[in-house]
Design a protein around this ligand. Structure first.
Ligand SMILES: Nc1nc2c(c(=O)[nH]1)N[C@H]1C(S)=C(S)[C@@H](COP(=O)(O)OP(=O)(O)OC[C@H]3O[C@@H](n4cnc5c(=O)[nH]c(N)nc54)[C@H](O)[C@@H]3O)O[C@H]1N2
Ligand SMILES: Nc1nc2c(c(=O)[nH]1)N[C@H]1C(S)=C(S)[C@@H](COP(=O)(O)OP(=O)(O)OC[C@H]3O[C@@H](n4cnc5c(=O)[nH]c(N)nc54)[C@H](O)[C@@H]3O)O[C@H]1N2
Ligand code: SF4
Ligand SMILES: [Mo]
Length: 685
């Protein structure tokens, strides 16, 4: 008998600001279609191509379906199936040995969890690792500089809702690429333009929106700070600063003004690589137009000046007095709209153990002593693909005396180096709570098919481990119990709506106006334009600019923006095309490089082999490789993160993915044809 098809509602928890409502068609235990649901005013019935294909991931050949122990050398990918009981037993005994011989801090839980909602990270896992006294992880690989700046200046006050972009007369997209990374914002921007709004894009690449913009400032990566400071200087000097707002709602305006004074348009232009006239035109347009909204993205945070850059960009609406009207202000992350405090559902208190910065995983695995890391537990993360200094991470993973557990949905590049792999459920097989960080929505994610093979949920696995280790008296926590524990930690009205499957809006409403419906939840309720207690590692302190580190040897700046193909590295198993470096003709010509050539991109940290596309869509002196690559997306073994140093940003200890300096050279000319490339690849490069 053919299976009947049913449509089930759920939500997308992947690392994307939009948190779409989904309508999935299920036949038997197969997801045959995933579409956008109209239940949500932002999703409006459409979703991205990535998640439309998520059903293929569920049953992909690389999908992990049972626990397995390594049999060959690390990295070879040879594993032998074991049952869950043996797997848990193996991990528990390893943990006991490591704790006895080296202490709890020799254990490093490694998760980022961008694509995890409130249930699948920081529940039973956190309780377990706290009880073990494991090293703590600083999750800095994304949003650490923006988070530090946004918190210190505005207490993370949420921002302008997507729908309210319709009311803006000026939209500035600064270091964000919504056409790829938050597609539901784009229709509102385009509609606002049709209604007469001006659009400005600040980005080293001519993105899709930049093509449609009134102004595109193709800045050099890492130079947003001088650009924004020069506009702030102009606002103060030309009496366009909103002195009444500054006096009533801010502190530190004088010190900000002083920090901006030396940044003339000419000086900024020289550093940013754009014309002084263009900066002046943006400053005048911004001063003159209201409502004006700035969408601050994450592209500008990922470099040595990233935290200061975000401070200076977020200061603009306060200095220019852009708040208090619908469609005016800024959008950064909106996740704080929800009164969510994970400590409310924690069962174990935090213990002040060593903190390891995840952006320096390679360093931690190869250098740290007292104690060295002896057991690495990776889940909700694919560090070999996504962390800086890939070769050092690799060196660490190859250590014979390191026991690595990788708990994932698919056989990732990291999983190949595991001693033990564990199969995880996907969001189509488990519960979660998805919170938008752009869209204002909180939704229940529900299992719509049975688990694949022996895959299990995070909450169950970590609580079973705790039980095995004698760290909990009760039987392991069931997923439903974790759901109730988390829901129980939410305010009552939210809890009720969530469990009745509504698209829940936050207490500030679905479209709050900054400084009308929302005020900075800072201690004094003010905007801190010069948050002097915020620790900055830049020589010179807050708002100091650190110059371009390019050398003659490695003159090109490398950035690695998000692509439409993956969410970070997730879904990379579905893509098999060789990735391409984007390069400007001015940089390609003297190197004799043309489109489709096989090339080497290299520096003191590593070397990537891939193809190249020559185009003027990127600013000269800058090259770009996609974020989230797997090994099978390049011609060699290393991906873009092998070129990324593990230095940290000025604020928040963030990773500097957009701050590598590289050289590029041709290896095989496209003119020689595919055979010659194949020969070169076959010869082991
Ligand atoms: N399809 C897709 N969507 C995603 C993701 C994904 O991987 N794929 N990732 C999700 C995650 S984890 C995040 S954090 C968000 C990120 O969302 P975005 O911030 O939009 O993402 P990025 O692509 O990292 O960076 C945005 C833009 O910044 C530019 N840029 C790079 N360096 C600089 C700089 O120094 N200054 C300026 N002004 N611009 C710069 C890049 O060219 C890029 O166009 O997207 C989320 N959405
Ligand atoms: N070059 C470069 N690198 C970057 C960036 C960049 O801009 N450039 N951006 C950075 C950014 S913004 C981010 S957010 C990070 C993200 O980096 P990661 O945190 O590594 O994110 P993903 O690559 O999506 O890997 C998440 C993994 O978790 C698994 N997973 C998902 N749900 C579950 C679950 O419920 N249980 C278990 N056990 N596993 C699960 C997925 O299968 C996937 O393999 O990457 C960073 N890396
Ligand atoms: S990744 Fe983003 S756009 Fe795609 S379905 Fe999920 S929330 Fe929607
Ligand atoms: Mo991210």
């Amino acid at each position: 008998m053919p299976w009947s098809r049913s449509t089930v509602h759920t939500a997308c928890p992947l690392d994307c600001p939009d948190a779409c409502s989904l309508a999935a068609s299920v036949e038997g235990n197969r997801v045959v279609k995933i579409e956008g649901s109209r239940r949500n005013s932002v999703t409006r019935g459409f979703i991205c191509a990535k998640v439309r294909r998520f059903g293929e991931r569920v049953s992909h050949p690389q999908r992990l379906s049972h626990p397995a122990l390594r049999t060959g050398p690390k990295g070879r990918g040879a594993f032998q199936r074991v049952d869950w009981r043996d797997a848990i037993e193996t991990i528990a005994r390893r943990i006991e040995d490591v704790r006895r011989d080296w202490g709890g801090e020799a254990i490093l839980p490694f998760s980022y969890g961008g694509s995890n909602g409130l249930l699948t990270q920081d529940t039973t896992d956190r309780d377990l690792f706290r009880r073990l006294g494991a090293s703590r992880l600083a999750r800095t690989v994304c949003a650490a500089p923006t988070g530090a700046a946004h918190a210190a200046m505005y207490g993370k006050m949420p921002g302008v809702a997507y729908d309210d972009y319709l009311h803006a007369r000026l939209i500035v997209i600064w270091g964000a690429n919504p056409s790829i990374s938050s597609i539901h914002l784009v229709p509102f921007i385009r509609e606002a333009q049709r209604r007469g709004a001006k659009l400005v894009v600040v980005d080293p690449r001519r993105t899709q929106l930049a093509r449609h913009a009134d102004m595109h400032l193709a800045v050099r990566p890492g130079t947003d700070l001088p650009l924004a400071l020069s506009i702030i200087r102009y606002l103060f000097e030309t009496r366009h600063a909103d002195e009444a707002f500054l006096a009533q709602h801010t502190t530190g305006a004088d010190r900000l003004r002083a920090a901006a004074t030396s940044w003339t348009f000419e000086r900024a232009a020289h550093v940013c690589g754009v014309a002084a006239e263009q900066i002046a035109a943006l400053a005048e347009l911004y001063a003159a137009t209201s409502p004006a909204v700035i969408r601050c993205g994450w592209g500008l945070e990922r470099n040595r000046n990233g935290g200061h850059a975000v401070l200076s960009v977020l200061a603009l609406p306060a200095v220019a007095g852009k708040f208090g009207v619908r469609g005016g202000g800024f959008t950064m992350s909106n996740s704080r709209a929800w009164p969510v405090d994970g400590e409310r559902w924690a069962h174990a208190p935090e213990v002040p153990t060593r903190i390891v910065n995840m952006s320096q995983l390679g360093r931690a695995l190869t250098d740290y002593q007292d104690p060295p890391i002896k057991l690495l537990f990776v889940y909700n993360c694919n560090p070999l693909a996504t962390m800086p200094d890939q070769n050092r991470v690799l060196k660490g993973l190859l250590r014979d005396d390191l026991f690595t557990i990788v708990f994932d949905q698919v056989q990732t590049d990291t999983a190949a180096y595991a001693d033990l792999v564990l199969p995880a459920t996907t969001f189509l097989e488990h519960y979660d709570v998805a919170r938008g960080y752009g869209a204002y929505s909180l939704q229940l994610v529900r299992p719509i098919i049975d688990t694949v093979g022996e895959a299990r949920t995070n909450s169950e696995v970590f609580s079973e481990l705790a039980e095995n280790l004698g760290l909990r008296d009760e039987p392991p926590e069931l997923e439903a119990e974790t759901l109730l524990r988390v829901a129980g930690g939410l305010p009552e009205e939210i809890q009720g709506a969530l469990l009745s499957d509504e698209v829940v809006t936050p207490p500030c409403g679905p479209a709050p106006v900054q400084f009308v419906d929302l005020h900075p939840p800072t201690a004094d309720g003010k905007v801190h334009l010069f948050p002097e207690h915020l620790p900055s590692t830049a020589p010179g302190g807050l708002y100091a600019f650190q110059p371009d580190p390019a050398t003659r040897e490695f003159p090109l700046a490398l950035i690695s923006p998000a692509t439409e193909k993956t969410i970070s590295s997730t879904l990379g198993e579905l893509r098999h095309d060789i990735s391409r470096l984007l390069m400007h003709p001015t940089d390609a010509d003297p190197r004799g490089i043309t489109t489709d050539d096989a090339i080497r991109v290299f520096n003191q940290h590593g070397e990537v082999h891939c193809l190249v596309t020559i185009s003027d869509a990127i600013t000269p002196g800058t090259v770009s490789l996609p974020k989230g690559l797997w090994r099978h997306h390049v011609l060699g073994h290393s991906t873009g993160n092998a070129l990324v140093p593990d230095q940290l940003s000025d604020l928040g200890g963030g990773a500097c993915f957009n701050d590598a300096r590289v050289q590029v050279a041709k290896i095989v000319s496209a003119a020689l044809g595919d055979d010659s490339l194949a020969l070169w690849v076959a010869s082991g490069r």
